[in-house]
Design a protein around this ligand. Structure first.
Ligand code: ADP
Length: 486
């Protein structure tokens, strides 16, 4: 489509299997649309189960040789791909903004963030090592070797089309795994562009295979039923994560699950309130609230709650909502109509329960899937949005009176991904770090994501870590070798 001019012909709308671009069986395709107006951006190949099996065949065929390559070789592929992504920041950002909706400026931030996973794992690829230790009783020597897990299935969501790919592909490449990537059907174009970049960066044929499909459940089920697949790494909803974990049981595949969240954002009465509002804007509004780390519940000390909520409402009301490609736009459309409906229903439910609207909450007419930045106060504990992931630009504010209550409320959720706290009391900050039952705790910051840090959750937010020193371990197996003392 015309809209794609400016993306520099970054992608081929076909399946990427064994290093070749090809159509889906029967020439099937599906449409990718622009969430700002519903118009069609492109038709991409719609893989059948047979096509997906062919992609796994290619990954299996490439595994042995790829697993034996020199670490430096794998590192250099990632390093070149990192540089290629950075060099194409403008085109990739535009492509992501078009298929996902986020403002171009934010998409550029994602390009930088996404690329960093390749730089980080280029550096980790050459630091894979085992150990040598004498057995406690003496005699034998205990040696470990790290080996790639084997062919992996990577299933990614639509909210960060580039970074969710690089965060999985980076460590898989570094570890020496081959893979089948199944991107979200809403945002396959960025993944196709990424595959082309990897190919140009010298990734051998068959190491990365990309299968775009409108039939994610059937494709995953078929690949997971195949004994040659050794691992599944998934980012998406808790509901789908449960299905994939269940499907992994028959073949006992390893799994990494990066699932939903319900992040508490705590503001204590000793907090720097300016900084807390600033951090709240980032934690809430990054990606229009469509992030699993998005602040879902603002828990504010009663002494500062009115002040905090008023300032937050002022900032939220002043945000410019519109097409992600238009100048000055800060908030793009949500991904689809269902998202707008679900966010609207959560707000209506809270209001019916007694919540007051300080900003937003009105439907935006016209084409596109827009929802206004919204602030709610006096939100009842029974409101659905206290328990469910909002995944949109809505900030519910409730109060607490002491630290114990704050911690109890913060932990009172099935989820356990991100949490945030603003306080100037160092001892309290240290206590919170230990007491918050979440995989990540941000102290006086609204932004946790960092390729050098282990990202991941506990409880219904899943298990496994992406990024950091931990990230590559998800793609490695340990072989223990017993040697004589000599
Ligand atoms: P969201 O609600 O954010 O779209 P989903 O969990 O539905 O999150 O989707 C995340 C990814 O999981 C997407 O790539 C989607 O195609 C895929 N997916 C959805 N349902 C299934 C399923 N039953 N099996 C495998 N993958 C699935």
């Amino acid at each position: 489509s015309d809209a794609l001019r400016g993306t520099g012909a970054l992608f081929t709308p076909q399946l990427f299997v064994g290093g070749a671009w090809r159509d889906a069986a029967g020439g099937r395709t599906f449409a990718v649309t622009d969430p700002a107006d519903g118009s069609e951006l492109a038709q991409v190949a719609d893989a059948t189960v047979e096509d997906a099996r062919a992609a796994l065949d290619a990954a299996v065929a490439a595994q042995e040789e790829w697993g034996r390559t020199a670490p430096r070789e794998r590192s250099e592929v990632l390093r070149r791909a990192f540089e290629a992504i950075v060099a194409r920041t403008d085109e990739l950002a535009l492509l992501m903004s078009l298929e996902m909706g986020k403002p171009v400026a934010e998409a550029k931030g994602e390009v930088a963030y996404g690329a960093e996973f390749f730089r980080w794992f280029a550096e980790e690829a050459v630091r894979i090592a085992g150990r040598w230790m004498p057995a406690p009783a003496g005699g034998s020597r205990l040696v470990t070797i790290k080996k790639p897990v084997g062919p992996v299935l990577l299933v990614t969501p639509w909210n960060f089309p580039l970074a969710m790919g690089t965060r999985k592909i980076g460590p898989a490449v570094a570890a020496g795994c081959t893979m089948v990537l199944k991107p979200a059907e809403q945002t396959p174009l960025t993944s196709l562009a990424l595959a082309r970049i990897m190919q140009e960066a010298g990734l051998p044929d068959g190491v990365l295979n990309v299968v775009t499909t409108s039939e994610a459940p059937a494709v995953s089920e078929a690949l997971q039923a195949d004994a040659r697949l050794r691992k599944v790494s998934f980012t998406g909803s808790t509901e789908v994560g449960r299905i994939l974990v269940r499907q992994s049981a028959d073949r006992l595949q390893r799994v990494s699950m990066e699932l939903g969240g319900n992040a508490p954002f705590l503001v204590f009465d000793d907090a720097d309130l300016d900084a807390a509002v600033e951090g709240a804007m980032v934690a809430k509004m990054r990606n229009m609230g469509e992030a699993c780390t998005s602040a879902n519940r603002f828990l504010v000390h009663a002494a500062v709650a009115d002040d905090f909520a008023a300032r937050l409402a002022e900032r939220m009301s002043s945000l410019v909502v519109g097409r992600g490609q238009d100048d000055g736009v800060q908030v793009g459309p949500l991904i689809d109509d269902d998202a707008v409906r679900s966010v609207g229903e959560l707000v209506e439910d809270a209001v019916a329960g007694g919540a007051r609207v300080l900003a937003g909450a009105t439907r935006i007419d016209g084409p596109g899937h827009f929802y206004p930045p919204t602030v709610l106060v006096d939100v009842p504990a029974s409101a659905r949005l206290a328990a469910e992931e909002i995944f949109g630009p809505v900030a519910p504010v409730t109060t607490f009176t002491d630290e114990d209550e704050a911690v109890r409320l913060a932990n009172d959720t099935d989820y356990g991904l991100a949490s945030y706290a603003y306080t100037r009391d160092l001892a309290r900050a240290l206590r919170l770090a230990e007491r918050l039952d979440h995989g990540m705790v941000g102290i006086n910051t609204g932004l946790l994501s960092n390729p050098a840090a282990p990202f991941g959750g506990v409880k219904a937010s899943g298990f496994g870590r992406e990024g950091g020193f931990e990230g590559i371990e998800e793609y490695l197996e340990t072989t223990y070798v017993s040697l004589p003392a000599g």
